[in-house]
Design a protein around this ligand. Structure first.
Ligand code: BTN
Length: 239
């Protein structure tokens, strides 16, 4: 596997996007940065990570790995792969908050930003961006954030951790056809499944619902107070 290590870059996702616009990028090329100056999060947010402390990396998938029908599967395979690795490090309470935040208990330890581009030949090019809080101990103004080191009270070797995650991701990408296996696992790991909680809609109005699962195109299935089950996409709801 081709791994590009950088000291500092605006965003590893953007780096791969720009590189692939200029040249052919080998499938599974990975870019890892010690420091991101303009890391991107979901819903247009920024992803901040203390210089040198955490893992911030992106993996490039060319059109051969996934097709438009398995597009959403990648969103579940990535957090599952990370959970599988963290379990080997004795993290036993990892959950996935829809769509793909990685939680330990109720603290966010990692986030994933997947960017797809459908090419003129119909193939899908995907950039998987992962930010995993590893050895950072303080998160200013982010009470819901934590790192592996904070949870286990010891530091982790980032290089070994990255290798383990990439190896696990490759194993899982090779069995991407086994969709039901991943869906079952994802639903088991889904944060707050079957527990009534408050959500807010795009207008910031609050309502009660119970997560029942995620549809195969990635929408959150909520049981509402009138007993109806409704699907929400990421722009329509916040939890
Ligand atoms: C989230 O909002 O939870 C997603 C965060 C994703 C952050 C990672 S860090 C590596 C890659 N490059 C980016 O600019 N973002 C992703």
């Amino acid at each position: 596997m081709n791994i590009i290590k950088l000291n500092a870059i605006a965003s590893t996702n953007d780096f791969l996007k720009e590189l692939s616009a200029k040249q052919i990028v080998q499938n599974l090329t990975t870019v890892v940065a010690e420091n991101q100056l303009n890391g991107k999060g979901q819903r247009g947010t920024t992803w901040n990570s203390e210089d040198g402390k955490n893992l911030t990396f992106s993996v490039f998938l060319n059109g051969n790995t996934i097709n438009t029908t398995s597009l959403y599967l990648i969103n579940i395979i990535v957090p599952i792969s990370i959970q599988e690795v963290l379990k080997r490090y004795n993290f036993n309470t990892i959950a996935i908050k829809w769509p793909n935040d990685i939680l330990s208990g109720n603290k966010k330890i990692g986030g994933i930003l997947i960017e797809n581009a459908i090419k003129s030949d119909g193939t899908v090019q995907t950039i998987i961006g992962v930010g995993l809080n590893v050895n950072q101990f303080y998160f200013e103004n982010l009470p819901q954030a934590a790192s592996l080191a904070m949870i286990m009270n010891r530091e982790f070797d980032k290089e070994i951790l990255l290798k383990n995650i990439l190896d696990q991701l490759m194993i899982n990408l090779n069995r991407i056809g086994d969709a039901s296996y991943f869906w079952e696992k994802y639903n088991d790991l889904l944060f707050k499944k079957d527990i009534p909680m408050v959500f807010s809609n795009a207008l910031n109005e609050k309502f009660m619902g119970i997560i029942k699962g995620v549809s195969e195109n990635g929408k959150l299935l909520l049981l509402l107070e009138d007993d109806a089950i409704k699907e929400y996409d990421i722009k329509e709801i916040k939890m």
